[in-house]
Design a protein around this ligand. Structure first.
Ligand SMILES: C[S@@+](CC[C@H](N)C(=O)[O-])C[C@H]1O[C@@H](n2cnc3c(N)ncnc32)[C@H](O)[C@@H]1O
Length: 298
C-alpha cells in the first residue's frame, strides 16, 4: 500500500523531505549547527513531540500497568516510552527512523537509569515486529494510521490496546475518544482494543446443566469490533444484531419475543483462535435455563 504513495522507495532512500527537514532542524541548537545527515529512509511523518500532559493522558487512557509492553511507533525523543517505564512501571520499546532522536532517547533512558526496560530501535515502523506489544502508542498521520491498521490488527494479540494522539484510524471507529486541554487547545486522544477475528461460520453444541445437548450453527459478520450474528438452533433462527466484542471476550444481552413470550438471552464467551467457549442464560417468564456453549469455526 505504501509504495503507491508519493513517498516512493526511491524518495525514501534519498532522505528527508523539506518539511520533515525543517522540523528536524528545529530540534536543538546542536542539530541546527551541524549539517543535516540524510536519514536512511524518508520519515513518513515529521518530528513533532506530544506535550507531556497529553503523553500522561494517553498512557492513562490505555490503563498501562507494570506487566504491559508499550511500543511507541515513531518515538521521537522517546517521551512516551520513557514515561510508560518511569511513571507506569511498564517495559517500553521506541521505534524511530531518525538516528539522532534514537540516540537522544537512549541517552535519556540511561540518565534516568531505566535503559534495561526502555529500548530504542532505529528502524522503519512498517518493518518492525511488534507482536509482543500489549499497548501501541502513535502520533503519526491519518493516512499512515490507516496504512498501519492491517498490521496492527493482524500482529497484535486480541485485547491489546492502541492509543493515537490527534488522528483516527479511518473506518475502524475508536472505542473511546477523549479531549485533553493543552494550554487552551483541545487535543483528541483515540483508544481502540484490538478485536479477535470472529467472522465466519461456527458450529457447536449447547449443553444444559442436566447434560442435554442441542446442536447450533452461527454465522458471524464482523467489521472490526462491530459484530452481528445469526444463530440457528432447534428449528429457530435468531438474529443477534449487537454482539459485544472486546478483545477476545464476546458477550450479548438481548430481549425478544418467542411464541408471544418475553425471552431474555445473555451470553458471555471467549474466543481462542477457531474455538469459542461460553455460558448462556435464557430466561422466560416461567423458567431460567443455563447452557454451556462450545463452538468451532469451519
Ligand atoms: C509526530 S512525531 C511523534 C513523536 C513521539 N511519538 C511523540 O508523540 O512525541 C513522529 C515521529 O515518527 C518518526 N517516523 C516517521 N516515519 C517513520 C518510520 N517510517 N519509521 C519509524 N519512525 C518514523 C519521525 O521521525 C518522528 O520522530
Amino acid at each position: 500500500m505504501r509504495s503507491a504513495q508519493p513517498s516512493s522507495k526511491l524518495l525514501r532512500l534519498v532522505g528527508l523531505s523539506a518539511a520533515a527537514l525543517s522540523f528536524s532542524v528545529g530540534l536543538s541548537a546542536t542539530i541546527a549547527q551541524t549539517p543535516p545527515t540524510p536519514l536512511p529512509i524518508k520519515p513518513d511523518v515529521p518530528y513533532v513531540p506530544t506535550p507531556q500532559n497529553v503523553v500522561d493522558a494517553m498512557l492513562k487512557l490505555a490503563n498501562v500497568k507494570s506487566n504491559d509492553v508499550v511500543y511507541d511507533l515513531g518515538s521521537g525523543d522517546g517521551r512516551l516510552v520513557l514515561t510508560a517505564v518511569q511513571q507506569f512501571g511498564a517495559t517500553g520499546v521506541g521505534v524511530e527512523i531518525n538516528p539522532g532522536l534514537v540516540q537522544r532517547s537512549q541517552a535519556s533512558a540511561a540518565k534516568l537509569g531505566i535503559a534495561t526496560r526502555a529500548t530504542f530501535l532505529q528502524q522503519d515502523l512498517f518493518q518492525t515486529d511488534f507482536r509482543n506489544a500489549s499497548v501501541v502508542t502513535l502520533y503519526l498521520l491519518p493516512k499512515i494510521n490507516v496504512q498501519l491498521r492491517p498490521k496492527l490488527l493482524s500482529d497484535l494479540k486480541p485485547g491489546s490496546r492502541v492509543v493515537s494522539h490527534a488522528f483516527g484510524m479511518g473506518d475502524w471507529k475508536p472505542d473511546r475518544t477523549i479531549l485533553v486541554n493543552d494550554g487552551g487547545r483541545p487535543r483528541s486522544i483515540y483508544y481502540w482494543v484490538v478485536p479477535a477475528n470472529v467472522s465466519g461460520n461456527w458450529s457447536g453444541t449447547m449443553t444444559t446443566k442436566a447434560g442435554q445437548e442441542l446442536p447450533y450453527t452461527v454465522q458471524v459478520n464482523q467489521a472490526f469490533q462491530a459484530v452481528r450474528a445469526t444463530v440457528k438452533v432447534g428449528g429457530q433462527t435468531i438474529s443477534l444484531p449487537q454482539v459485544q466484542l472486546v478483545g477476545d471476550r464476546i458477550s450479548l444481552q438481548q430481549r425478544q419475543k418467542f411464541n408471544n413470550q418475553d425471552v431474555n438471552i445473555q451470553f458471555n464467551g471467549k474466543i481462542v483462535g477457531n474455538t469459542l467457549q461460553g455460558v448462556a442464560e435464557i430466561k422466560t417468564p416461567t423458567a431460567t435455563e443455563q447452557y454451556n456453549l462450545s463452538a468451532k469455526r469451519s
